[in-house]
Design a protein around this ligand. Sequence first.
Ligand code: N2P
Length: 350
Amino acid sequence: MTRRYSRRDFIGLALSAAAFPWLACKRSAERVVNFFNWSLYISPKTLPRFTERTGIKVNYEEIADDEEMFAKLRAGVGGYDVVVASDYMIPRMRELGLIDPYPAGALKNLRHIDPKFRATPYDPDNSYTVPYMWGTTGIGYNRGKVKSPPQSWWALWDESYRGKISMLDNARDNIATALLLKGYPETTTDPKAFADISEMLSRQRPLVKQYSSGTYIDNLITGEISLAMSWSGDVLQAARENPQLDYVIPKEGSYLWVDNLLLVRGGPNREEALQLIDFLLEPEVNAEITSFVRYASPNASARKLLDPGLLSDPRVFPPASVMKRLRIHALLPPETTQLWNQTWSDIKLG
Ligand code: N2P
């Protein structure tokens, strides 16, 4: 049986990463790279294959969300070489000097990336980002536990699901979705808009069993949660374990995001980092990751290798009719991001 690559699978790696052994002593003979990626975002075969091919050991650590990664890098926690971060984080990370540009010509496999994912608003000159995977935010649900398949975001405000609802634990998804539902532009700073969405998210709070961006998947699998604001591939991976699980992009629309491989400034193993990133861009490697994680790949050559069933799954690669309802996150100035974070932490504190 195929299994999700869960936190438990990483326990050996995570334990060694937790102790940060590479910070203290890097044996000169040993080549390593320190990779900080989201949970549920790689195949179990990928990193062992890289090590087998190159002899480079990968210290792999998982991020729960962008904010955690950003906070760590900003606080100067050193030792990372490669991190994965969402589109909207890039300009801010660049501004703060947390990431380095890619040296020209360093990645021979960059040519496999679909040009649609280059020259983006968050990296117009393609210097800081290599797109890794993309996906959407929507609702994961258990068919056996809902009255009918949810079609609207408002299902997450339905009293009859009290205690069976999970929401992602980050400001970006929650505030952006609330603004969208109330018809405000994502860039607004209007106090009325923030009062409105605070009321709406606070009203939802008693119905919410948990705010989580990682363990919600386990609770969806066991049936403890019936409905969850989710990331597409996480739910589709979980559906391999519980076939009752499904994923929908609500009719009001939602967000798509592109996650990127970034070079951390001051990373101790730059050469190894570039080798790892170039490996992740190889069509066969990328197709294997895509098939496993069920997120969408921006790698055009990898897409040609995918199972046609996966390519035509509208939950993974949304068709044009659904794409019309999706948007990417706005790039917000720091003061607005601060307002979002403050609003979110007030809501959570209650
Ligand atoms: C897998 C990846 C989620 C990415 N958990 C959200 N940008």
